[in-house]
Write a protein that binds this ligand. Sequence first.
Ligand SMILES: C[S@@+](CC[C@H](N)C(=O)[O-])C[C@H]1O[C@@H](n2cnc3c(N)ncnc32)[C@H](O)[C@@H]1O
Length: 224
Amino acid sequence: MTNWQEIAAQRYPTAIADLNSYADLLATLGIERGLIGPREVDRLWERHLLNCAVVADVSEGMVPPESTVVDIGTGAGLPGIVWAITRPDLTVTLVDSMLRRVEFLELAVERLQLGSRVNVVRGRAEDLVGTVSADVVTARAVAPLPRLLTWLGPFVSQGGSIVAFKGQTAVEEISQAGHELAKLGAGSTQVRKCGDWLVQPTVVVQVQDVQSKGGSRRAGYRRR
Ligand SMILES: C[S@@+](CC[C@H](N)C(=O)[O-])C[C@H]1O[C@@H](n2cnc3c(N)ncnc32)[C@H](O)[C@@H]1O
């Protein structure tokens, strides 16, 4: 059987200690609090941690150096916490609407000592517009692409991008999101596959050069 934890250690040597701590938290508290299913423990590394990490690899060029990131509907911190661990140059805002998820995220951020670069915000995306913006806005397993774009678009800084985790339905979802894509005035929309060494490479929809109406160029969290 492939040892994905060992592969993670080879691919992310400087991040592996924190990835191990995060995996332990997910496999204990994450299950106790019902944030991930017990069956996920065996596939935590390949299906979740590596699935998220590969998208932010510098070689993919989707998350530029020193970017600010907002992860909408982050749940237990996927992909936001993984990206913050593997990319110490990023500043990340984690957004989720559910209290028990936010409580877990706050604990994880504290245990992993990510507090200087990772901010946790509780709220529904629709209600948080204008409080936070970022160079890269991401979401994984949150909503079909048309609705997701209407949620994510307002958080993108001028000229920034959306990276939406999607599976095999990516192309079909893009064809259903013509209206929402037009409203973003984006430069390009592409389906990207990352981590061709994974059993199932991660598929994302990348929407680049979003023409924001509200976001500032530099980003971060603004309290209302
Ligand atoms: C299926 S989970 C995915 C969690 C994580 N991104 C992952 O890949 O494991 C969807 C998450 O989106 C959050 N969510 C759903 N609607 C939301 C909204 N309108 N605003 C913010 N978070 C939302 C839920 O609370 C939940 O944690």
